[in-house]
Design a protein around this ligand. Sequence first.
Ligand code: SF4
Ligand code: SF4
Length: 95
Amino acid sequence: MSKRMYNGLPREEIPWFPRVDSKRCTGCGTCIRICPNKVYRERDGKPEVADPFGCVVGCSGCVPQCPGQAISFPSLIELRDVLKSLETKYAKKAR
Ligand code: SF4
Ligand code: SF4
């Protein structure tokens, strides 16, 4: 499988994916059903983040759909900082 990229950066170096608080999760399955990229899969009645780098960078569409408020993402400020440093890293490599 070819390496996934995001704006010329390796997707797997961008730490943007959901985390599920298993104590809050009710196991309703909404996140598994609604994620178009199949980031979650069901395991023992709870969602597991099976394909973290399949998540759309900067999107957190499943967060408000979760009745248990169990899903969290890094902040957009953290994301911006990571993207900036990766852009610098890969711009240097290209020179
Ligand atoms: S939507 Fe929230 S409560 Fe429902 S399974 Fe997913 S994480 Fe758990
Ligand atoms: S933000 Fe979108 S792509 Fe990412 S896990 Fe949630 S529903 Fe899936």
